[in-house]
Design a protein around this ligand. Structure first.
Ligand SMILES: [Zn+2]
Length: 324
């Protein structure tokens, strides 16, 4: 009964980058100062099991893709990533906090890194940027204009478009709250296929980052509006391997959520086999991540909240003091 097929993901992926960019630039409209994307209600159906529950993330590479995404485990539980344009072997490195590891991973697949995409200014994400510049002369280091990123050569804003090699487009999405200038990078092929988003410490699998430099309103906008409006097939690559712990917490607030239980079992097996739990998908997160489900009346009711933002703030507060 698995209908989370490649074809389905393909079709859902057709919510075009051009369309998203258009909505991003619709900001001047005085009638809608904040909503960059329409709010989409999270799906509540429990009918289909996402493919990720049944197969390893390598299953995502089964088709002939123009883009290869390689997670590189760094420090204790961080992920850096390589995004490789297969036609030219040009690559972007996301948060390469341990430059030697990331460069080694690139040379293993014959790729060369010509830019760095920094999600935010925290040391465990931006801390390798200056060394990358020494090791790769001329490399471009992108970072959010409001985030004072170490080693940044080129600042980006909400809606900035970049590319990798010949085949890969990048759209920068401002997703503030964990830090003021946090950027998530939405990546597709030129044909707007194979969408993926690199969410740093804004969206984790079944979790979200702490509200260090922002409000619940901002996190709602970042998680539920900006990221929540991406195609459901969009693969989610986050900044930390927190999945098992996050799901254990989620099950304390939504103990009846069967998909959460199944995802936890799957994630525990992955970790026992020393495998990553990335990627998730936006579609999965809308079903297993309570922080992205706060638009649902039943979730608001659970916390006696009168709005989605209030529910989000409440769940975050509970998590901040959860001892696990
Ligand atoms: Zn952080």
């Amino acid at each position: 009964s698995v209908d989370f097929s490649e074809e389905k993901r393909e079709t859902e992926g057709k919510k075009t980058m051009a369309g998203l960019a258009h909505q991003l630039t619709g900001r001047e409209d005085p009638g809608s100062p904040k909503r960059l994307f329409p709010i989409l209600k999270p799906s509540t159906t429990l009918s289909s099991l996402p493919a990720c529950f049944h197969s390893s993330p390598s299953g995502f590479r089964s088709r002939n893709r123009k883009m290869k995404i390689i997670p590189v485990a760094c420090l204790e539980d961080n992920y850096a990533y390589l995004i490789v344009d297969e036609s030219t072997k040009a690559a972007a490195a996301v948060d390469p906090v341990e430059p030697e590891k990331v460069l080694a991973a690139a040379s293993e697949v014959g790729a060369y890194i010509d830019c760095v995409l920094t999600t935010h200014h925290h040391w465990d994400h931006a801390g390798g940027n200056e060394k990358m510049r020494l090791l790769v002369p001329g490399i471009k280091v992108y970072g959010g204009s409001m985030d004072n990123v170490k080693g940044c050569t080129d600042q980006v804003e909400n809606g900035t478009k970049l590319s990798i090699g010949k085949e890969i487009d990048i759209l920068c999405l401002h997703t503030p709250c964990h830090t003021k200038g946090h950027i998530s990078y939405y990546v597709t092929s030129k044909e707007e296929e194979d969408p993926a988003v690199f969410t740093g410490d804004t969206l984790f699998i079944a979790g979200c980052g702490r509200f260090f430099e922002g409000t619940a309103e901002q996190m709602y906008q970042s998680l539920c509006v900006t990221l929540g409006s991406l195609p459901k097939s969009t693969r989610v690559y986050c900044g930390h391997e927190y999945t098992v712990k996050s799901l254990q917490f989620m099950l304390t607030v939504e103990p009846e959520n069967e998909k959460m239980k199944q995802k936890l079992e799957w994630a525990q097996k992955q970790r026992e086999a020393n495998q990553p739990t990335v990627p998730s998908t936006i579609g999965d997160e809308l079903e297993i991540n309570t922080f992205m489900r706060v638009d649902l009346p039943e979730i608001q009711a659970k916390f006696g909240a009168k709005s989605a933002v209030e529910a989000l703030r409440t769940v975050r507060n509970i998590k901040d003091t959860w001892k696990g």
